[in-house]
Design a protein around this ligand. Structure first.
Ligand code: CP
Length: 310
C-alpha cells in the first residue's frame, strides 16, 4: 500500500482497504502519540499549517503529531496577519508554503479550496476542512474512535444529529460509514437536512439512511449518537440561525431513554447542544475522540511524507 506523496482532499480519495490500513496503522502508532514511545521518523521534515479559518483541534493536533514524529511546523492561524491582507491569492500563498515545507495542511472557508491548493503544490496537501465541504482527517479520527469504542464499524446503528447541511464533518463521515456498512439515521431541523448529494453517495454504497427531525425516536436504537453544532458562521441570514439554535440538546434525562451502551460523539467545538452534565458519564467519548486526532494525523503524516512506518 503506497501513500507517499498523495493528497488528502476527500475521504472518497481512499478505498475501504486503504482506510482500514490507516486505521490499523493508527493503532500501532498510538503509544507514540501518548508519549510512551519516541521516534524521529520525520526529523528535518517541515509541515505548513495554513489556517484561513479558526481551529483548535485540527491545527494543534497536527502540530502535536508532527512534533511527536520528530518534525517541525510553520504556518499561520490568522490570515489577516499574512500577505493575503495585501491581496495575495490563495494559489500564490500555496506556492510559498510548497517552497518552504514538505507537506501542507490547509483550512479555508471556501469549498474546493483544498483541491485547488493541491493543484498548485508539488508537496502533498491535506484538507483541514473546506467550508461546508469535507473534512477527511476528522472523518478518519471519527472512524478510529467508533472502531476503538465499539470494536467494529459495520452493523452499528449510527445517528448523525444537528446541522447536516453545513456541517462538513458529517458529509465525509456519512459516506465513510456507508462504505463500512453502518446503519445510518440523519436527524436535523427541516432546513438543515443532509444534502441530497451525500444521501445519494450512501445509497450508491447500498445504505439507505432514514431522515427525521424526531431525535427522541431515533435515539432509542442508536449505538452511536454523533452530535454537531449549528454552524452559525455559514448561515447567509442570521435570522435563520436564530430560528434553529437550541433546537436540540443532549442531557442525562434524554440519555435515560437511549441504549445503556450508547456513545456520544461530537467533532467539537460544542456550544449548547450537549449539556456539560453528560461529560462525566460513560457515554461521553468526545474528548477521547478529539485526542484521537493526534495518532490518526501521525499515521497520515508518516505515510504521506515518508512512506515510512513505525
Ligand atoms: N473538529 C474540528 O475540526 O475542530 P477545530 O475546528 O477546532 O479544528
Amino acid at each position: 500500500m503506497n501513500f507517499k506523496g498523495r493528497d488528502v482532499v476527500s475521504i472518497k480519495d481512499f478505498s475501504k482497504k486503504e482506510i482500514t490500513y490507516i486505521l490499523d496503522y493508527t493503532k500501532r502508532i498510538y503509544p507514540y502519540a501518548i508519549g510512551k514511545k519516541h521516534t524521529d521518523l520525520l526529523k528535518r521534515k517541515i509541515l505548513s499549517l495554513l489556517f484561513f479559518e479558526p481551529s483548535t483541534r485540527t491545527r494543534l493536533s497536527f502540530e502535536s503529531a508532527m512534533n511527536r514524529l520528530g518534525g517541525s511546523s510553520i504556518g499561520f492561524a490568522d490570515p489577516s496577519a499574512t500577505s493575503q491582507k495585501k491581496g495575495e491569492s490563495l494559489s500564490d500563498t500555496i506556492r510559498m508554503a510548497d517552497a518552504y515545507s514538505d507537506i501542507i495542511v490547509v483550512r479555508h472557508p471556501q469549498e474546493g479550496a483544498a483541491r485547488l491548493a493541491a493543484e498548485f503544490a508539488d508537496s502533498p496537501v491535506i484538507n483541514g476542512g473546506d467550508g461546508a465541504g469535507r473534512h477527511p482527517t476528522q472523518c478518519l479520527l471519527d472512524l478510529f474512535t467508533i472502531q476503538t469504542e465499539k470494536k467494529q464499524i459495520e452493523g452499528n446503528n449510527i445517528v448523525l444529529l444537528g446541522d447536516l447541511k453545513y456541517g462538513r464533518t458529517v458529509h465525509s463521515l456519512a459516506y465513510a460509514l456507508a462504505l463500512f456498512g453502518a446503519e445510518l439515521s440523519f436527524v436535523s431541523p427541516s432546513n438543515l437536512k443532509m444534502p441530497d448529494e451525500v444521501i445519494s453517495e450512501c445509497k450508491e454504497l447500498g445504505v439507505n439512511p432514514t431522515s427525521t427531525s424526531n431525535l427522541e425516536k431515533a435515539i432509542k436504537d442508536a449505538d452511536v449518537l454523533y452530535v454537531t453544532r449549528i454552524q452559525k458562521e455559514r448561515f447567509p441570514d442570521p435570522a435563520e440561525y436564530n430560528r434553529v439554535i437550541g433546537s436540540y440538546k443532549i442531557d442525562n434525562a434524554l440519555l435515560k431513554t437511549a441504549q445503556k451502551k450508547i456513545i456520544i460523539m461530537h467533532p467539537l467545538p460544542r456550544v449548547t447542544e450537549i449539556d456539560p452534565e453528560v461529560d462525566n458519564t460513560l457515554h461521553a467519548v468526545y474528548f477521547k475522540q478529539a485526542f484521537n486526532g493526534v495518532p490518526v494525523r501521525m499515521a497520515l503524516l508518516s505515510l504521506v511524507i515518508g512512506g515510512n512506518q513505525l
